[in-house]
Design a binder for this molecule. Structure first.
Ligand code: SAH
Ligand code: SF4
Ligand code: F3S
Length: 467
């Protein structure tokens, strides 16, 4: 592989594995879906860079291209096949130049469809499910020498024990997956099938990873899990630890100034976690707590196992603990069985709760899930309900944004903005904030007086007397 001829453009820039003189192979990863896939792509990159690859920002000329896929809705899954079609001419060009572009499909489509992907698109060389990423370097070697490789088992060994411990850090914020999989089996959802049973990483493993991140300058850590607040990792004494206690432990790490977590299920929002919002300064006042629907009848059909009223009461409790908390959520419209009256109850719940921001989707039938076989709501009905829901959610978002004008917010400056001397950061409520400052302040938390608000970002000026 290393001896292939390359297009002249990247020959000069080619770096080498120290002391061996072997050129680094080029790796391109495209990530779809949720933040857990973003984290997984970083870990795949870590594993492959330890094996002679360097990350590149284009598939053109790459030796290994990985699509890290999402299966949550039909459109997400279908995107992969059109992307593979677009890769074909690049793979052929690479072949004409005497090389080989190895093409891999990872993530939830890989887990759901397995070897079927190779039959549908023979240009694919390897298919790897989310629990097997530690095996990727070996699989890539096998595939590059012409043997298609498929790994979609849930292996007995823990991938985290086999992935490199050192992570490449790219800024002051980082994701950290603490929990994977789901046992809830909501009637619409593929996650329990693509990510498997719910598991939690041991406390010591999480702390070690967080400490390494902090030592590299990470200031904000977002804990991830498909059901992150179901976290129950064992501590070194063998005791189960909930997410609230884990946050408390992480907040004591030197350098960690902000903690977030996503995504949570209402039924796992225990008192210890709610208390963490009240009394751990590092835990940010933002919570993504999907409810999906405001109708008890639909919640039951979805197998969510709580009522709309229980959710609203839970929100009240959380707001009592942390009055300024910004709430986010997910909604599905047109789930099988949803009537106009049910949908009206969703609108009523949204009005009662008041979200700072939320995601909403048309129900998409997923093969193998219970709701897919039920009588479906008409497409135009779904379109109409989604538009009405989004109008309300957008208005709430705008109201929340505008209410920030005149306030001074603590902003973690993360990266350059579009204008010179402008940085973009995040408020405690996860809003993007643009501010003109000395770029050397990147990675620090500063006070910003908010002067303007758009639907998706705020703008303000640095308050000199930052505390
Ligand atoms: N674990 C999270 C959700 C993960 S999936 C939770 O329980 O809240 C992210 C979101 O995608 C879900 O909250 C849901 O709103 C949406 N979603 C999942 N399956 C879907 C489907 N079949 N059609 C439309 N939206 C779906
Ligand atoms: Fe999917 Fe979330 Fe339900 Fe699990 S709890 S099945 S991830 S929607
Ligand atoms: Fe998609 Fe898998 Fe995440 S289906 S939303 S990438 S868990």
């Amino acid at each position: 592989m290393s001896a292939e001829r390359r297009p002249s453009a990247d020959t000069d820039a080619q770096e080498q594995i120290p002391e061996t003189g072997i050129p680094l192979k080029k790796l391109f990863i495209k990530t779809y879906g949720c933040q857990m896939n973003v984290y997984d792509s970083q870990r795949m990159t870590d594993a492959l860079t330890a094996d002679g690859y360097e990350l590149t920002d284009s598939a053109d000329g790459a030796d290994l291209v990985i699509l890290n896929t999402c299966h949550i809705r039909e459109k997400a899954a279908e995107k992969i096949y059109s992307e593979l079609g677009r890769l074909k001419p690049l793979a052929e060009a690479k072949k004409r130049a005497g090389g080989k572009m190895t093409v891999g499909v990872a993530g939830c489509v890989a887990q759901a469809e397995g070897g079927e992907i190779l039959r549908r698109q023979p240009m694919v060389d390897l298919v790897v499910g989310p629990q097997s990423y530690h095996r990727l370097p070996q699989m890539a070697r096998d595939a590059a020498s012409g043997a298609p490789a498929v790994e979609t088992d849930f292996p007995l060994e823990d991938k985290f024990d086999h992935l490199p411990r050192e992570r490449r850090v790219t800024g002051p914020t980082s994701f950290l997956t603490v929990q994977e999989g789901c046992d809830k089996f909501c009637a619409f959802c593929v996650v329990p099938y693509t990510r498997g049973a719910e598991t939690s990483r041991p406390v010591a493993q999480v702390i070690e990873e967080a400490e390494r991140l902090a030592a590299q300058g990470v200031v904000e850590i977002s804990l991830l899990g498909q059901n992150v607040n179901a976290y129950h990792g064992v501590d070194p004494d063998g005791r189960e630890t909930g997410l609230g206690a884990l946050l408390r432990r992480l907040s004591r790490i030197d350098g960690v100034k902000r903690l977030r977590y996503t995504t949570s299920h209402p039924n796992d929002m225990d008192d210890e976690l709610i208390a963490a919002h009240a009394d751990i300064a590092e835990v940010m006042p933002y919570l993504h707590l999907p409810v999906q629907s405001g109708s008890d009848q639909v919640l039951q059909a979805m197998n969510r196992r709580h009522t709309a009223e229980a959710y609203v009461r839970l929100i009240e409790k959380i707001r009592t603990a942390r009055p300024d908390i910004a709430l986010s959520g997910d909604f599905i419209v047109g789930h099988p069985g949803e009537t106009e009256e049910d949908f009206q109850q969703t609108l009523a719940l949204v009005r009662e709760v008041g979200y700072s921001q939320a995601y909403s989707f048309k129900y998409s039938p997923r093969p193998g899930t219970p709701a897919a076989d039920r009588e479906q709501v008409a497409e135009d009905e779904k379109t109409d309900r989604l538009a009405r829901l989004q109008e309300l959610l957008n208005a709430q978002q705008m109201a929340f944004q505008e209410a920030c004008i005149g306030r001074t917010l603590k902003v973690l400056l993360e990266k350059p903005g579009r204008k010179p001397n402008q940085l973009v950061g995040r408020s405690p409520y996860l809003q993007a904030v643009h501010v003109e400052v000395d770029p050397s302040l990147s990675g620090t938390i500063v006070d910003v007086a908010i002067e303007a608000a758009g639907p998706n970002s705020l703008a303000g000026r640095l308050v000199e007397t930052a505390t």
